[in-house]
Design a protein around this ligand. Structure first.
Ligand code: NAI
Length: 346
């Protein structure tokens, strides 16, 4: 039986993979896969990873030395993988491209509604029998403008929910959906007109810190900024400044650019040396969740099922449908995909 090392694995991950234990022998590591932990992968046939594992050149080169040629992500985003190095080391990388856009879009609205109607504060107050309503005033979502950056699977579900509230929706995407009824505008128009801005795009080299001092300066006074995509999309220091200057009205983050060492772990007994995060968390108009937007039963089931399917395709020598290919990404042209000619690039 093939032996698989599963990194950054929690109880809920183990529960969702339990149904497939007969097919593969899984070993679960609470540790992330990093240069300092990569030796744990020795003697396995493949590794299963998550969002904060570091699949950089050093780690991938070590995996190749261990004769591991399969990396299976339990997530959609792959900004943590050096695909060029994976190609160089002849390591196949597959992901779970979609497991529940509903989970993420619904969590995004949970953040919006909680921030707007101060549910997080009201909950604490009422637990103390303080039924005072001072400073709990929100605004109607109806007729407000929401700017959606990225109209992929999650962005589209998010738009449907926003329309249900009667919101006006402005969209930005470098690859707009043809023949849709979405109103695509420039980023500048989103910044200028949106009451709420929600990020639903991947993190790439070109959009790192897209929400920076300059972008914030163009936004409406009191804007709400929501990020459930990737932390690196926002310059956190600029975000903090915008909050302090009261230019930004509220912020909901499910991701944070320095989350890797903190998220998914109980740090309550630890002194946090990240001053930006500490200040953000201390603000009454900021809600931070721990990269949990995906965390629904349905999404966990889909992640486990798709990962097993990816493993089956890999070990059977078949075409790996969810493989990430450095060449294809580079060319962005499926016609040039080597896999159209052969089952595998290597
Ligand atoms: P998708 O691939 O279906 O859609 C992404 C969209 O973003 C595409 O339409 C693409 O054209 C667009 N895009 C690419 N570069 C852009 C840019 N610079 N500016 C604006 N739009 C751009 O991806 P999906 O499933 O909708 O996921 C979106 C992101 O959500 C993922 O990349 C991931 O970072 C994040 N995510 C977060 C989760 C969480 O638990 N917080 C869970 C799953 C995904």
């Amino acid at each position: 039986m093939k032996k698989i090392a599963v990194f950054d694995a929690k109880k809920y991950d183990q529960d969702s993979f339990a149904a497939y234990e007969g097919q593969y022998q899984f070993t679960y590591y609470n540790d992330r896969l990093l240069a300092k932990t990569v030796n744990l992968a020795k003697d396995y046939d493949a590794v299963v990873c998550f969002v904060n594992d570091e699949l950089n050149d050093e780690v991938l080169t070590r995996l190749k030395e261990f004769n591991i040629h399969g990396v299976f992500l339990r997530c959609a985003g792959y900004n943590n993988v050096d695909l060029k190095s994976a190609y160089k080391n002849k390591i196949h990388v597959a992901r779970v491209p979609a497991y529940s856009p509903y989970a993420v879009a619904e969590h995004t609205f949970a953040l919006i509604l909680s921030l707007n109607r101060h549910i997080h504060k009201a909950y604490i107050r009422s637990r103390d029998f303080n039924f005072n309503l001072e400073s709990l005033t929100g605004f109607d979502l109806y007729d407000k403008t929401v700017g959606v950056i990225g109209t992929g699977k999650i962005g589209r579900v998010f738009i449907n929910i926003a329309r249900g509230f009667g919101m006006k929706v402005l969209c930005y995407d470098p690859y707009p959906i043809k023949d849709s009824d979405y109103k695509y505008v420039t980023l500048e128009e989103i910044y200028k007109n949106a009451d709420i801005i929600s990020l639903h795009c991947p993190l790439t080299d070109s959009n790192y810190h897209m929400i920076d001092k300059n972008a914030i300066a163009q936004m409406k006074q009191g804007v709400m900024i929501i990020n459930t995509s990737r932390g690196g999309l926002i310059d956190s220091k600029a975000l903090l400044e915008g909050l302090k200057e009261k230019k930004i009205g509220s912020v909901g983050l499910d991701v944070y650019e320095e989350e890797a060492d903190l998220f998914y772990h109980d740090n309550s007994s630890r002194i946090i040396d990240d001053d930006v995060l500490a200040l953000l968390i201390s603000m009454p108009n900021v809600i931070i969740t721990s990269h949990q937007a995906y965390l629904t039963k349905e999404a966990l089931d889909n992640i486990a099922r798709t990962t097993i399917n990816n493993l089956n395709e890999y070990f059977s020598g078949e075409f790996i449908n969810n493989e990430l290919c450095y060449h294809c990404d580079k060319s962005s042209n499926p016609e040039q995909c080597y896999k159209n000619k052969t089952k595998r690039c290597f």
